[in-house]
Structure formats: C-alpha cells, structure tokens
Design a protein around this ligand. Sequence first.
Ligand code: SF4
Length: 448
Amino acid sequence: MAISNHRLKPEEYELNFSDIHPPFETRDAALVEANRCLFCYDAPCTKSCPTGINVPKFIKQIATDNIRGSAHTIFVSNIMGGGCSKVCPVEKLCEGACVYNLMEEEAIPIAKLQRYSTEKAIREKWPLFERKPSIGKRVAIVGAGPAGLSCAHTLSRQGIDVTIYEKESKGGGLMVYGIAAYKVTPAFCEEELDYILSLGGIEVKYEMELGNNLFLNELKKNYNAIYLGFGVGLTRQLDIPGEHLEGVVDALHFIYDIRSKGYPAVAVGDKVVVVGMGMTAIDAATQAKRLGAAEVTLVYRRTEAEMPCTETELNIAKLDGCRIVWLAAPKEIVGIDGRVTQLVCHVMQLGEPDASGRRSPVETGETFTLVTDMVIKATGQIPFQALVDAVGLRNDKGKILAAADGTTDLKGVFAGGDNVNGGKEVVDAVQAGKVGAAAIVRYLDLPA
Ligand code: SF4
C-alpha cells in the first residue's frame, strides 16, 4: 500500500472531475423546463431559499427569453447565485419544496435554470448593477468569502467604499478552497469573484489576517464600520492515539490541495478511510476515489437517519463506489514506521437524544479494524475561539454572539456567516452578508 500521486491518465482525471451537474445543452431544453413551472403564488421554492430568490419570476423571465432580467432577479437576492446553483443542497431547499414533489413528479430543475441565466451573465460580464456615486463612507470587511462578498456588493451599490481584507491569496472562501472540484471549478470561482468586484468600489487586500497583520483597533480608526465574515477554522481533532502519523490528513487541506495544485499532483492512498458524514466528508471521499484510490470507506458514528449530508450527497458517494460503515467511531490509528496502517473503530449504538436533538452514539464495547494507508478527518470545523476572544467579542465557544441583523456588542462591528452560525451553507452566508449590510446602512444613518 502506498500514498502516491499521478495515479491516472490526464483524460481520466478530466473525466472524473468533469461537471457533475452539466448545464442545459440547448436553449430549447431550458425553455421546456421553464415552461413546466406553475409560477405558484406564495411560491414554496422562494420561501425555502435562505436568500429569498423570486424563483417563479426568474423562471418566467427565462420562459420569455429575458435572460438578463432573469439573472438580475437572481443576483438582486443572491449575488453568488451562480455558485449557489452549483453547490446548494437544493434537494432540501428550493427543489425539495417545489409543488411538483406533492404530485410525485420531477421537481422543476431550479438550480439548473438558475445556472442557465447566471452563467451567461457572468461569462458575458453583463453590467446588471450600477453603483451609486461614493458617499464618503468607508467599511472594512474581514473575509472575502460568501458573507463578506455579499455584504461588500450590497454596500458598494449604496455608494459606500468597501475594503475587504482576506487572509488567503484568493477570494471566494470555502467556495474556492473547500468544495469538490467536480461541483464548482476554481476557474468558475474566479470568474464569479471578478464579476462581483466589477461593480467597483470594492478593494480586496489579500494575505491580510486578523490578529496577525491586521488589527481591529486599527480598522476601527480608519473605517466607519466593520463587518466580520472570516468563517470558521481548522478541522476538529479526533483526539485519539496515532493522529500524528503520516497519512492522516485533514479533509479541508486535502480538498484545498486538489483545487490549488491540480489533480495529478495530489497524492492519495490505496485504501482510504474518511471519518465523518457531512458534505466535506463526502467531497473528500468522492474525490479520493476520483483521484484513483482503490477503496474508500466512510465511517460515521451514527446512522443514516442522523447523517448531516443529504441523501443526494450520500448517493454520489455510493455511485462513486465508496463504502459506508455506520455506527463506527475512531478509537485509535495504528502505524508502522510512522505511517498509518490501520484504523481501529468502536462499534457504536444509539442512545438518548443529545443537545443536537439527534440520538447520541454510545460505545458498545466492541471494536473492529480497518486496514488503511490514508485517514482523512472530516469531523467539522471549529471556530476561531482565540481570535474572537482576543478581539473582545462576546462568543459561545468561539461563535460570535451577534443579533439577527449581525450587530455585535462592539459598536460599529457587525458579523455574519460561519463565524456566527458555526458553519452552514454558502447560501446562508450570502444572506447573512446582505442582512449585515442593511444593518450597517442603518448604523451609518443612510436611507435604505
Ligand atoms: Fe415553479 Fe415549483 Fe416554484 Fe411552483 S414551487 S413556482 S412549480 S419551481
């Protein structure tokens, strides 16, 4: 067994990482689906979208060949509507709420239609928004992820001058660094970012990290308000023996490498075990398989009924040939010569519900062993507690305690997205950015 790169031929990588949700091939194909929409009054699809996109309106605009209007309808609610059409778990949001489900018919492919309009707008650089002239107010945003970008775009449209400080060398946050490349390509993320910034009035300063080379007190002196959208941090540790062994990696690092270094450069094991069952775990497992791992096993301490990923995500893993072991929790990682060779797991059973409302996993006393050469940890991310404490924000184990509109206990400092909610969907962060921008506009005493 060995961890190695360059396992596949270039055409195999290309095929394995091609777009999992291909776009409509023709205009007619989009029109057929758009014309199936019932344009429901009080549409449940819109209600279930965290950003409240007017779905029947944008679909109607597609049906009448008004693609510009359709893209505007989407972007006015969600400036990352292009990326969200690729990464949103639509089966539990808009498409899951479509009335066609009640008739036991295929839901309207809302995401694919949304992609139809937004990709065209982004590719053709349609200037759908105009920024008001500068009003002389300055806002600093920390983090160029979905929350920060959404906040920045909303503020800049009002004529506010925005500076985004981003610790990485690229903007886009987890869209760029933490999602499977077959869902959204790095190239698309760049195009989407350029499109958002093309509004003007938004400067992005890269490799600027709060608490390192960027300080809240300095920002307070130089800006009228501050918005914090720096997300959450490192993957939660397993805290078991052997975690230091070579071959034990963090899912986000693994996904980051795939996205930043290119597929052939990323090494993968023969027998990979992924710990966790959230979206990141699925993305890591499926990409390990697509990089050429012979066997990929996901282990999860609860059952399918409690898993955090959607059924659609689970099916992607199954279709990729990943094996799932339910009711299994890592006990120890065993190695030879400093390299991982086995993962010993507790056999679990479900007990009483815990704080999350899900039945809690309890050890049965039995164990089993998986032979492996690579263990990928995908057990959720933890908030930047030390950073949040250092800047003096009230928090709950590192999650910033902010009001629903993003107001924090520090005057002029607002926050939203993962650093407040602990880690939700991209679309939730976009909405948080919009809401935060509205609160900043009120704080600056500007007309909405
Ligand atoms: Fe169209 Fe379905 Fe939304 Fe009704 S619920 S407006 S049919 S997409």
